[in-house]
Design a protein around this ligand. Structure first.
Ligand code: S3P
Length: 448
């Protein structure tokens, strides 16, 4: 535990969770709105930007590259410099805990002439960067990194970048987006082939800012082509509520008897909603209302009510559409009747923590029976609340911290975590929001 660590515990509330809520803006879309805004000409206004640590790092980096970014009462404003118009940063770019910020920025820097150095916190400095530096090198950029291809990373951007043509070996929206961002400042056609469809916020936003992007279906995956050196024009962005953040109050409502919540303005991009599909298959009572399109992204309100859950088999093909939601699905599975098998979780080993090992440890510490079988996680639920009573190590991982707190809201005994400070990377206000849902009769189920 570091000296700034903030221990936190969660216990069953004295009353059901109830009310109407909004969750903070989508993290993926927030990073992209700042980056594309900086690469466009003119003034982009962003409503609903996630003001979490990860996104603030992206804002700082784009400022260091010459964009003017301000926060006002009505939202955020970016005055961009245009494709090819960014300047060399004067100092090291610190991307904090954010893999998305680091990998997407590597794509921008690869085709921006000049020198830059990027680093991050201890979690990010452990994460693999070769998955972007290798394909990006083909544009003419040069990268030097620590052993294992890890940060800090020095980048010599290509003075005359070549377009890339790349088949992704792993389904990763971050790698796909890095290639597309690099391709913006290269002449001709950049092409990315993904083996399985991953979140397409970059493609949607590129179009929104005026780029020519074509997407063709190829088996389970997609072929994305981008015409390089477009004139991106500023365009306003309305950021929907993050479905990956909504996941925590939703599962909490499913686990705490008598609960009923309404979540407003949640992003429902089909490449992000695998968790909701799973929960429905488990028997969860989740209704979508008011479905609409906002800024090119589907959005809706969700009504969720407590109920019993049963174990399911989650196919590996669904993993990309819920890649950040396995820790919280595993929590839901702990309370379900029967076994839930989650297949094909290899990518979880390289997230903010080794999420496969850390999720297993979280459950085991709280009396849940489970197994790891190759890349699959099997959780054996009993249809009863988990025992709880454990101390969970969060390994600088916000989603693990919030998953453990939701486990504690439903469990028989209090669940503790070593450090809640990383929750702010994606969900500032999480503790106050969850305590508020328990109302006056519920006490403060989340407490230091
Ligand atoms: C993200 C893509 C996913 C996800 C991450 C956000 C993005 O990572 O885990 O939280 O915004 O593109 P991968 O691209 O590594 O799958």
């Amino acid at each position: 535990m570091n000296s700034a660590a903030k221990p936190l515990s969660a216990s069953r509330p004295g009353a059901p969770l109830a009310g109407t809520l909004q969750v903070p803006g989508d993290k993926s879309i927030s990073h992209r709105a700042l980056m594309f805004g900086a690469l466009a000409l003119g003034e982009t206004r962003i409503a609903g930007l996630l003001e979490g640590e990860d996104v603030l790092r992206t804002a700082a980096a784009m400022r260091a590259l010459g964009a003017e970014i301000t926060q006002g009462p009505a939202g955020w404003t970016v005055i961009g410099r245009g494709v090819g118009g960014l300047r060399e940063p004067e100092d090291v770019l610190d991307m904090g805990n954010s893999g998305t910020a680091a990998r997407l920025l590597a794509g921008i820097l690869a085709s921006s002439p000049g020198f830059a150095v990027m680093t991050g916190d201890a979690s990010l400095r452990r994460r693999p960067m070769r998955r972007v530096t290798e394909p990006l090198s083909a544009c003419g950029a040069r990268f030097e990194s620590r052993s294992g291809g890890r940060l800090p990373l020095a980048i010599h951007g290509a003075p005359d970048a070549l377009p890339l043509d790349y088949r992704l070996p792993v389904a990763s929206a971050q790698v796909k987006s890095a290639i597309l961002l690099c391709g913006l400042n290269a002449p001709g056609i950049t092409r990315v082939i993904e083996p399985a469809a991953t979140r397409d916020h970059s493609e949607n936003m590129l179009r929104h800012f005026g780029a020519e992007v074509a997407v063709a279906i190829e088996g389970a995956g997609r072929v994305i082509t981008l015409r390089g050196q477009p004139e991106l024009m500023a365009a306003d962005v309305a950021v929907p509520g993050d479905p990956s953040s909504a996941a925590f109050p939703i599962v909490a409502a499913l686990l705490v008897p008598g609960s009923a919540l309404r979540l407003e303005g949640i992003g429902l991009n089909p490449l992000r909603t695998g968790l909701f599909t799973c929960l429905r298959e488990m028997g969860a009572d989740i209704t979508v209302m008011n479905e609409r399109l906002e800024g090119g992204e589907p959005v809706g309100d969700l009504l969720v009510r407590h109920g019993t859950l049963r174990g399911i088999d989650v196919p590996a093909e669904r993993a990309p559409s819920m890649i950040d939601e396995f820790p919280i699905l595993a929590v839901a599975a702990s309370f379900a009747q029967g076994t839930t098998r989650m297949r094909g979780l290899h990518e979880l080993r390289v997230k903010e923590s080794d999420r496969l090992a850390a999720t297993a440890a979280m459950l085991a510490a709280n009396g849940v029976r489970l197994e790891i079988d190759g890349d699959d996680l099997l959780v054996h639920g009993t249809g009863r609340p988990a025992a709880g009573g454990g101390l969970v190590e969060t390994h600088m991982d916000h989603r693990l911290a919030m998953s453990a707190m939701v486990l504690g809201l439903g469990a028989d005994q209090k669940v503790r975590i070593d450090d809640a400070s990383f929750i702010d990377t994606s969900f500032p206000g999480f503790v106050a929001l969850m305590n508020g849902l328990a109302g006056n009769g519920g006490g403060s189920p989340l407490a230091a």
